[in-house]
Design a protein around this ligand. Structure first.
Ligand SMILES: Nc1nc2c(c(=O)[nH]1)N[C@H]1C(S)=C(S)[C@@H](COP(=O)(O)OP(=O)(O)OC[C@H]3O[C@@H](n4cnc5c(=O)[nH]c(N)nc54)[C@H](O)[C@@H]3O)O[C@H]1N2
Ligand SMILES: Nc1nc2c(c(=O)[nH]1)N[C@H]1C(S)=C(S)[C@@H](COP(=O)(O)OP(=O)(O)OC[C@H]3O[C@@H](n4cnc5c(=O)[nH]c(N)nc54)[C@H](O)[C@@H]3O)O[C@H]1N2
Ligand code: SF4
Ligand SMILES: [Mo]
Length: 702
C-alpha cells in the first residue's frame, strides 16, 4: 500500500530559461509541496530565481487547458484528440490541395524542449515547408548568421568563459534579470562577483542603469541603436594604441582581416564617441583594458542584436575578441565541446537561397522574418498563407506587426499551447500539452552554449495526467494526420528518448542515457578547451574575417553617420526577473508586487512634458499608441523611455485570470514591423522613435 501523505523529492532541470538550473521538487501525490535549488547540481550549485517555484503554479494552474478545444459560434468546445487530429488533417489537406500556402511559427519554448525538436521535421515535411517563422528573428538570428559566415557553422557560438576572465564588457545584456542569454550561465550574479573578487572588472553599456549595471564596476549610458559607433571606436582605439594582437589566431585569419581593418581605419574615435554618447577617453580606456593581454570578453546581447545594425554589431564584436587574442582563449570567449554536437549533426546554415513574397527579404537559415508573417497572411495573391500552426508562441504580444487583423483571415489556425492567449484566441483549434512537470528534459540546444561542457537528463517528475499528451506527441500525431489525409506515406513515430539515446551513442563522450538518468546532479565534463583551428567549419579552416555584406553595411553606415543624432525620444524594452516574455504573468507567485508594466522615463524628460511619477501617459510611435503609468527615474538615460514587453493580457479573447487583473499594454503595439536588420531580417525591438505626452484624466464631478 502506498502512503498518500508521504512526500518524495525529485531532481530535475528548470527549463524555463536558458540557465537550466537544477531544482529539487518535493511532491505529495500530484501536489507540489516545495521547489528549491539543487545545491549539488554541477552547473547551478543551488542557484534558482523566483520563476523556479512558479513551475508549481504552471503545473496546477486552473486556467491551463487540459483537453483540445475547437472554436465554435458558442465559444470553445472540448473535443477528443482523435477528432482534433482528424479535423486538422482534413482541413490542412484541403487547403494544401487547393494551392493554399501553409506556414509554421515556432516560439521560444521550443528551444527548451528537446523532445518536440525530434518531431518538428516530420511536421515541416508534411506541410511542405521550405521556411519557418520563429522567435529567432525576434532574437538571436544575427548571431547565428555571423557565426555561419565567420566560423563556418551557425551553431558555433563563442561562449564567454566567465569563470576565468579578468575583464567582462557586457553590451546590451542584463543577465541579472534574464539569467543570461545565448549563454547558459546559472548563478550569473555570483560568477560576476567572482570576476571582481579575482581583481577583474565588469563593465556594462546600456541605456538603462540595469540590475547588472548596478553591481558592475562601471556603467556607461549609450544612445539606443548607436553601439556600432562604440564597437568601431574600440577597434580604432586598440589600433591606435598598438594593441591589436591576435597572437596564435593570426595564421587562422583569412585575407578579410586586412580588408576589415582598411574599413575600420577610416573612422575617427572622437566622432564615433559623439555619435554614441560615450566619451572618447572612456572608449580609449575600455580599449586599453580589453587589449592589455589579460583574458577579456566582449559580450553583446539583445541590446545589440535586435537593432537595425544587429548583424554588423555582431561582426564587430567578433573582430574585437579576435583583435585582443581573446577568441578561443581561457577567460575569453570559447567554443564548446558539446556532448551532443549539433555542429556535426546539422548543416552549417544557408542564406538567400530564395526571397520572401512580401518585402523581398532573403531566407536566413531556412527562416523568414516573423515580423513579415502578418502581411504574408493578409496580402492576397499566389503564395498567400492560408493555414498556420503556432507551436508554443505568442506573436500577437511578442512580435511587431498587425497580427490582430491578419490571424482572423486564416482558413485554418492551430495553436499548440496550454493557454488561451492573445494569439491562441484566434485559433480554430488549441492543442494543449501536459503540465511542465510531466515532461522529461535534456538541454539539447542550450547545453552546447553552457559555460562548461556538461550533460543532464531529467525524467518526468509527475506521471502524465489521464488523457494528456506531450508537445512531441501532438506534433508527431498532427504530422501523421496531415500526411494521411493527403494520401502520403505515414511514418512510424520514433520517441524522443530513442533519438536522444542514439545521439548520445554517437557522442565523443562515453556516456549513456541510463547513466544520465541515474545521475541527479548533471554530469560535468570540464571547462572549455582550445578548439581552433580544428573546430572551424570553413572550407579553408580559417576565420572569414570580412563577410561581404557586413563590409557593405559598414560603408552604408559610414555614409549615414550624422554629426548630430536626431533628437527623438527612443523606446527600449525591459526584462524583470519575475517575468518570462509574455507567458508567466498568470502565476500568482510571480504576479505579486507592484505594477511592472510602466513607462520608465528620465526626470528631465518628464518635467519637460509636465509628467509626474505615477501619471498616466500616452506613448505613440509610427504604428500605434498605448497608455500606461509613468515611472520617473534617473535609472534610464535622458531621451530614452523603457517599457517591458509581453504585457497586453486584455487583448480580445484572452483567458488568463491572474494576468488579466493587471493586463498592462503591449510594447509591440509600438514597435515597427518594417524596422528590420536588412541583413538578417531580425526585428528591431529597441530604439523605436516615439512621442510622449501626459493624458489629461477626467476628474469625476462632485
Ligand atoms: N518588444 C520586444 N518584443 C520581444 C522581445 C523584446 O525584448 N522586446 N523579446 C523577444 C524574444 S527574445 C523572444 S524569444 C520572443 C518570444 O516570443 P514567443 O515565443 O512568440 O512568445 P512567448 O511569450 O515566449 O510565448 C510562448 C507561448 O508558448 C506557450 N508555452 C509555454 N511553454 C509551453 C510548452 O511547453 N508547450 C507549449 N505548447 N506551449 C508553451 C505560452 O503559453 C505562450 O503562449 O519575444 C520577443 N519579443
Ligand atoms: N526574467 C526573464 N528572463 C528572461 C526572459 C524574460 O522575459 N524574463 N527572456 C529570455 C529570453 S527569450 C531572452 S532572448 C533573454 C534576453 O536576455 P538579455 O539580452 O540579457 O535581456 P534584456 O533584458 O533584453 O537585455 C537587453 C539590454 O539591452 C539594453 N538595450 C536596449 N537598447 C540598447 C541599445 O541600443 N544598446 C545597448 N547597448 N543596450 C541596449 C536594455 O536596456 C537591456 O538592459 O532573456 C531570457 N531570460
Ligand atoms: S534562472 Fe530561474 S527560470 Fe532560469 S532556469 Fe534557473 S530557476 Fe529556472
Ligand atoms: Mo529570446
Amino acid at each position: 500500500m502506498t502512503d498518500e501523505s508521504a512526500t518524495t523529492t525529485h531532481a530535475r532541470t528548470c527549463h524555463l530559461c536558458e540557465a537550466n538550473c537544477g531544482v529539487l521538487v518535493e511532491v505529495q501525490g500530484r501536489k507540489v509541496v516545495s521547489i528549491r535549488g539543487n545545491p549539488d547540481h554541477v552547473l547551478s550549485r543551488g542557484h534558482i530565481c523566483p520563476k523556479a517555484t512558479a513551475l508549481a503554479d504552471l503545473q496546477e494552474d486552473p486556467d491551463r487547458l487540459r483537453r483540445p478545444v475547437k472554436r465554435t459560434a458558442d465559444g470553445w468546445q472540448e473535443i477528443n484528440w482523435d477528432t482534433a487530429f482528424a479535423d486538422i488533417g482534413a482541413r490542412m489537406a484541403q487547403i494544401m490541395d487547393t494551392g493554399g500556402q501553409p506556414a509554421m511559427y515556432m516560439g521560444n519554448p521550443n528551444a527548451h524542449n528537446y523532445a518536440t525538436g525530434t518531431q518538428t521535421g516530420t511536421l515541416r515535411k508534411a506541410m511542405k515547408l521550405r521556411t519557418l517563422y520563429s522567435a529567432s528573428t525576434l532574437d538571436q538570428i544575427p548571431h547565428q548568421l555571423i557565426q555561419m559566415w565567420m566560423y563556418g557553422h551557425n551553431a558555433l557560438f563563442p561562449i564567454p568563459d566567465i569563470d576565468r576572465t579578468r575583464f567582462m564588457l557586457i553590451i546590451g545584456g542584463n543577465p541579472l534579470a534574464s539569467n543570461g542569454s545565448v549563454w547558459t550561465v546559472p548563478d550569473v550574479k555570483k560568477r560576476l562577483r567572482s570576476v571582481q573578487k579575482r581583481g577583474g572588472q565588469v563593465v556594462v553599456i546600456d541605456p538603462r542603469r540595469t540590475e547588472t549595471a548596478k553591481i558592475a564596476d562601471a556603467h556607461h549610458f549609450i544612445r539606443p541603436g548607436t553601439d556600432t559607433a562604440l564597437l568601431l571606436g574600440l577597434l580604432k582605439a586598440l589600433d591606435e594604441a598598438g594593441l591589436v594582437a591576435p597572437g596564435r589566431l593570426q595564421p587562422m585569419l583569412d585575407e578579410g582581416w586586412a580588408a576589415a581593418w582598411e574599413a575600420i581605419r577610416g573612422f575617427d574615435v572622437a566622432r564615433l564617441a559623439a555619435h554614441c554618447g560615450i566619451a572618447e577617453p572612456v572608449i580609449r580606456d575600455l580599449a586599453a583594458n580589453l587589449g592589455n593581454g589579460e583574458p577579456a570578453i566582449v559580450y553583446g546581447r539583445m541590446g545589440v542584436s535586435v537593432t537595425e545594425a544587429g548583424t554588423l554589431n555582431l561582426w564587430l564584436i567578433q573582430l574585437l575578441n579576435i583583435a585582443t587574442g581573446n577568441l578561443d582563449r581561457e577567460g575569453g570567449v570559447m567554443f564548446s565541446s558539446p556532448v551532443v554536437d549539433l555542429v556535426a549533426g546539422a548543416g552549417p546554415g544557408t542564406y538567400d537561397r530564395f526571397r520572401s513574397r512580401i518585402g523581398d527579404r532573403p531566407e536566413v537559415i531556412s527562416e523568414f522574418p516573423s515580423a513579415l508573417l502578418p502581411d504574408e497572411i493578409a496580402t492576397p495573391g499566389e503564395g498567400q498563407i492560408r493555414a498556420l500552426v503556432v507551436l508554443s508562441g505568442n506573436p500577437v504580444l511578442s512580435a511587431p506587426g498587425a497580427w490582430g487583423t491578419a490571424l482572423p483571415l486564416l482558413d485554418l489556425m492551430v495553436s499548440v499551447d496550454m493557454y488561451v492567449t492573445a494569439t491562441s484566441a484566434h485559433a480554430h483549434y488549441i492543442l494543449p500539452p501536459c503540465g511542465p512537470l510531466e515532461k522529461d528534459h535534456y538541454p539539447l540546444l542550450l547545453g552546447p552554449i553552457a559555460i562548461r561542457n556538461y550533460a543532464d537528463y531529467s525524467l518526468p517528475t509527475l506521471p502524465m495526467e489521464e488523457g494528456a499528451k506531450a508537445d512531441w506527441e501532438i506534433v508527431a500525431e498532427m504530422a501523421r494526420a496531415i500526411l494521411s489525409a493527403r494520401g502520403e506515406a505515414v511514418p512510424n513515430i520514433v520517441p524522443p528518448r530513442t533519438v536522444l539515446a542514439a545521439m548520445l551513442a554517437r557522442s565523443d563522450y562515453n556516456v549513456t542515457l541510463e547513466e544520465l538518468e541515474a545521475n541527479n546532479n548533471g554530469k560535468d565534463f570540464g571547462p572549455h578547451v582550445q578548439r581552433l583551428p580544428e573546430r572551424l567549419q570553413t572550407t579553408d579552416k580559417r576565420i572569414a574575417c570580412a563577410p561581404p555584406l557586413c563590409v557593405e553595411a559598414l560603408e552604408q553606415w559610414r555614409a549615414a553617420l550624422a554629426d548630430t543624432p536626431p533628437d527623438a525620444l527612443l523606446l527600449i524594452g525591459r526584462r524583470h526577473v519575475r517575468n518570462n516574455n509574455s507567458w508567466m504573468h498568470n502565476s500568482p507567485r510571480l504576479a505579486k508586487g507592484r505594477d511592472r508594466c510602466t513607462a520608465m522615463i528620465h526626470p528631465e524628460d518628464a518635467a519637460a512634458r509636465g509628467i509626474a511619477d505615477g501619471a498616466l501617459v500616452r506613448v505613440t510611435s509610427r504604428v500605434g499608441s498605448v497608455e500606461l503609468v509613468a515611472e520617473v527615474s534617473d535609472d534610464v538615460m535622458r531621451g530614452v523611455i523603457s517599457i517591458p514587453h509581453g504585457f497586453g493580457h486584455d487583448k480580445p479573447g484572452t483567458q488568463l485570470s491572474v494576468a488579466g487583473r493587471r493586463p498592462g499594454v503591449s510594447l509591440n503595439d509600438l514597435t515597427d514591423p518594417q524596422a528590420m536588420d536588412p541583413i538578417s531580417g531580425n526585428a528591431v525591438l529597441n530604439g523605436t522613435p516615439v512621442t510622449l505626452e501626459r493624458v489629461e484624466q477626467m476628474v469625476a464631478a462632485e
